[in-house]
Design a protein around this ligand. Structure first.
Ligand SMILES: [Zn+2]
Length: 171
């Protein structure tokens, strides 16, 4: 997924958590938190791209193979945060970081390590065409990723859904 789809999904996810579990309307502050949490797992890109000297995307961004892109990492982090967060904040943290990981497993050619540290295999729910030797970064997205209609449709729906929630919350 692209970062815009991650943001859209995070905003929709937070809206649904508030509406269905905590029976309260979403606030602009929650929307800001949702955007941050929806992108939080990708912070490891900064480390991985620096460590692999891959800022120009001459190779695949290998952060999906990093321990910080696993459910166990975020569940452990949630456990450490438990004394400092209320139930709603904890639910948003777990819900939105795991939603990010689900989206990283959807329509991807690598997926994430759902069973780490027991297995290092990466699982993809809807595997798509693999990146080729010359196909990384934006070239891959232009020539492969968006050419698959179900991927492009999901991206569009998440972006529009996030915008719709955003307009309702801020407007
Ligand atoms: Zn990610």
């Amino acid at each position: 997924m692209t970062f815009t789809a991650h943001i859209g999904a995070g905003v929709i996810g937070a809206y649904l958590i508030d509406a269905l579990i905590f029976h309260r309307p979403m606030t602009p502050e929650t929307m800001g938190v949702a955007i941050g949490l929806s992108l939080l797992p990708d912070l490891d890109s900064v480390y991985v791209l620096t460590a692999t000297k891959n800022w120009q995307f001459k190779d695949r961004n290998r952060h999906h193979r990093f321990f910080s892109h696993t459910p166990l990492f975020f569940l452990s982090l949630a456990l450490l945060l438990t004394p400092f967060l209320n139930l709603r904040a904890l639910t948003l943290f777990i819900g939105l970081t795991l939603l990010h990981l689900v989206l990283d497993s959807w329509a991807t050619d690598d997926g994430i390590m759902w069973l780490w540290p027991f297995r290092e295999r990466q699982y993809a729910l809807v595997p798509i065409q693999e990146r080729g030797p010359e196909l990384f970064g934006m070239t891959y997205y232009r020539q492969r990723y968006f050419r698959q209609w179900y991927v492009a449709l999901a991206e569009l729906l998440l972006l529009l859904g996030g915008l719709l929630v955003g307009v309702q919350v801020v407007g």
